[in-house]
Design a binder for this molecule. Structure first.
Ligand SMILES: Cc1cn([C@H]2C[C@H](O)[C@@H](COP(=O)(O)OP(=O)(O)OP(=O)(O)O)O2)c(=O)[nH]c1=O
Length: 217
């Protein structure tokens, strides 16, 4: 993270009210926050801006691992000194023909992405990292998504909806993009940006209890 990013992260967290949160979420993604809410995790959001350019010859698995860990480590720079709570971060990439598709740069880039995904099966990888006291735990979620054929009019209309712009692969399974998903093998939450099973396991290993037997009567 650059210095501007670190300064932003500090301001971002200090502007939040002091609550009894379990962890820090190093993400600007509203989806990741919604998914954490779903499993009852209390969190404070911190920014984690990292350069998301894939390295030359870097495999998709290595790429999501590296970026998720870099985001978690960058997020640690933004939390109050001495705060022992862990920092969670994730990175999602769509993979087709072994190639990493990030967020579309512009409309032509998006139209090419959709043409590649149309009528075919692609992979969605989401890496999750939890950084705490100099130690980083990591988990990977891999899903396969089969799209039906998508014609030119639909691609243009989908772009105009505003949904694809900030999403890896240019679609959102949780939105209009669901209309394209003929089949999913894997993790719905993983495709959406934060695999909840893997996240729950990481939190469990870090001692964060989400389902407390003593509270059930
Ligand atoms: C494939 C797919 C991706 N996405 C989103 C999840 C991620 O937010 C985004 C992938 O970009 P990421 O770089 O993983 O995340 P981000 O930049 O949005 O957020 P941050 O780094 O601050 O955590 O694409 C969906 O919302 N639905 C989908 O179906």
């Amino acid at each position: 993270m650059n210095r501007k990013g670190a300064k932003y992260a500090k301001e971002f967290v200090s502007s939040m009210s002091e609550t009894d949160h379990h962890l820090y979420l190093a993400s600007r993604s509203p989806r990741r926050g919604e998914l954490l809410n779903q499993i009852g995790v209390r969190f404070a959001q911190v920014a984690a801006d990292v350069d998301e350019t894939p390295g030359p010859g870097e495999s998709p698995e290595d790429y999501v691992r590296r970026i998720a860990i870099e985001k978690a480590q960058a997020g640690r720079l933004g939390i109050p000194t001495g705060d022992p709570r862990p920092v969670l971060a994730a990175d999602t990439a769509v993979i087709i023909d072994g190639e990493i598709l990030g967020k579309p740069l512009d409309r032509p880039d998006f139209l090419l992405m959709m043409a590649r995904l149309s009528g075919r099966t692609h992979q969605v990888l989401t890496g999750v990292a939890l950084a705490q006291a100099g130690e980083v735990r990591y988990a990977l979620s891999t899903s396969r998504v089969r799209f039906r054929a998508i014609d030119d009019r639909e691609r243009l209309a989908y772009w105009a909806s505003g949904e694809p712009q900030d999403k890896a692969g240019g679609y959102g399974i949780q939105g209009l993009g669901a209309l394209f998903v003929a089949e999913l093998q894997g993790s719905y939450s993983g495709v959406m940006g934060l695999p909840l099973y893997e996240t729950g396991r990481l939190l469990h290993h870090a001692g964060i209890v989400l389902l407390d037997r003593d509270r059930l009567s």
